[in-house]
Design a protein around this ligand. Structure first.
Ligand code: URP
Ligand code: ZN
Ligand code: ZN
Length: 471
């Protein structure tokens, strides 16, 4: 199968030029001007941007959490991602306490076998327990299986939270095996005390979710993780950074050239704590963790994205229906399952409010949503760029297409949209995964199973190998 993409404005993290791309057997085989190779399919991209498929390193599909299971599986979740221009996602394979890591992974491989995803899928392992089932020796074997990132939760006490010993030992193992460590950074012990106090005082409304998780608890945990990872010698990636208090320690670490980076998510750029006060339990839609913050944090986050203090934007797509799932906590904020949807709208929102609003360039947009993520998680340069030899994961982006974001038209199963009613300009026109067209305009044209499991390289491994080959 060959595809010729003609006349588009090819934009990577580093380049911006008009050209043609020739794809053979799933990879980019030629880039140039006026290519006329015979092709099974020719795509006219004149007037459009041609960008690397986005990578979402933070999703929770078909995950049991907070007493219920997220409502997208690897079919609906990947279809929704594809419509938003995402061609690879990396989901969290969460270890059920008592399971070995191999058992945990087997369950996730079964999920994707069953679901036949339409985009490529990788896994991070989420370490929840090193005392029953999981051992550091087993953890050390995972990079050979292409699972090269270890995630730990510093919050959710009594559920998936780990203590500092588990955190630090995992970091030490990562330093030995070449994995990158990811943390959900909040002080779960302090939050637990605050939640219990609020409940004892009779507070039940959704807004208490944010009142019991002050930004300092995120700042403290972020700093703790950074310091411990530095001592252990492990690279660290802080997920879903939501506030100034967490940006600051990352900025300090970046200035010192420590191996610490952070991502944020669109919900922290557009939703603030006042949304939790919306009447008739509408506030329940915005219960995710860390919580929506005071509005001034949004400018701090935009600035951190523009200045390379934060390095990526993921979605943390963790969809629970408002009716039937969020309502589990209608009378008690602490029982509302934590998580928000967003897998489809990351690029729409960032293009409109980031690029079109002049906050950052298209190159930076590509870097934040694809290239940097590929580099952190062992996918670059196979993915995250458009270059000869790379997977032909490509989005033909129409910079003028208008869209009103709504739960009525999105493709996830969840019954609401965090960005309902936003009118954005810019959307994917054609989406390809390894040279196969999976989305065309408003149509899904993917064959079920178009996506594959992606084995990822160790942190920096491919880059180092290339550097050595050149030297
Ligand atoms: O509220 C959230 N973010 N739920 C998903 C799990 C996590 O903390 O990422
Ligand atoms: Zn988290
Ligand atoms: Zn998450």
């Amino acid at each position: 199968m060959s595809v010729l993409i003609k006349g588009g404005r090819i934009i990577t993290a580093a380049d911006d030029y008009v050209g043609d791309i020739y794809v053979e057997n799933g990879t980019v085989s030629l880039i140039g001007e006026s290519l006329d190779q015979p092709a099974d399919r020719v795509i006219d991209a004149a007037g459009k941007y041609v960008i690397p498929g986005a990578i979402d390193p933070h999703t929770h599909l078909e995950m049991y959490f907070g007493g219920t299971t997220t409502c997208d599986d690897f079919t609906s979740g990947t279809v929704s991602a594809a419509f938003g221009g995402t061609t690879t996602l990396i989901d969290f394979c969460v270890q059920t306490p008592g399971d070995t890591f191999a058992q945990a992974l087997e369950k996730y491989h079964e999920k994707i076998e069953r679901a036949k995803p339409v985009i490529d899928v990788g896994f991070h392992i989420a370490v929840t327990d090193l005392k029953n089932g999981g051992t550091l020796e087993d953890l050390a074997k995972l990079p050979d299986e292409g699972v090269t990132s270890y995630k730990l939760f510093m919050a959710y006490k009594g559920a998936v939270m780990v203590d500092d010993e588990t955190l630090f030992r995992t970091m030490q193992t990562a330093a030995e095996t070449g994995a990158i460590v990811m943390v959900h950074a909040e002080n779960g012990d302090a939050i637990d005390v605050l939640v219990k106090k609020a409940l004892a005082e009779g507070h039940r409304e959704p807004v208490w979710h944010t009142r019991t998780r002050p930004p300092e608890t995120e700042g403290e945990a972020t700093n703790r993780a950074i310091q411990l990872a530095h001592v252990a010698g492990a690279p660290l990636y802080v997920v879903h950074v939501s506030c100034k208090e967490a940006i600051e320690p990352i900025a300090t670490a970046r200035m010192k050239d420590w191996q610490a980076w952070g991502e944020t998510c669109p919900q922290y750029l557009f939703v603030d704590e006042s949304f939790l006060e919306r009447p008739n339990f509408e506030g329940g839609k915005y219960i995710y963790t860390p919580p929506p913050r005071a509005k001034e944090n949004q400018e701090h986050l935009w600035h951190a994205l523009a200045t390379n203090v934060l390095s990526a934007v993921s979605t943390d797509h963790c969809p629970f229906n408002w009716q039937g799932q969020k309502t589990l906590g209608k009378d008690d904020f602490s029982k509302i399952p934590n998580g928000g949807p967003g897998i489809e709208n990351r690029l729409h929102m960032l293009h409109h409010y980031g690029v079109r609003a002049g906050r950052f360039s298209m190159n930076r947009f590509v870097e934040l949503t694809s290239t940097n993520i590929a580099k952190f998680f062992g996918l670059y340069p196979r993915k995250g760029t458009i270059a000869v030899g790379s997977d032909a994961d490509i989005v033909v982006w129409d910079p003028e297409k208008r869209l009103t974001i709504s739960a009525k038209t999105h493709h996830t199963r969840v019954d609401y949209n965090l960005f309902e009613g936003h009118e954005v300009v810019g959307a994917p026109e054609v989406v390809l995964v390894r040279g196969q067209v999976i989305v065309e305009g408003d149509e899904l044209v993917a064959q079920p199973g178009a996506g594959q499991f992606v084995k990822r390289a160790r942190f920096g491994e491919e880059l180092l190998a290339r550097a050595r080959a050149v030297a």
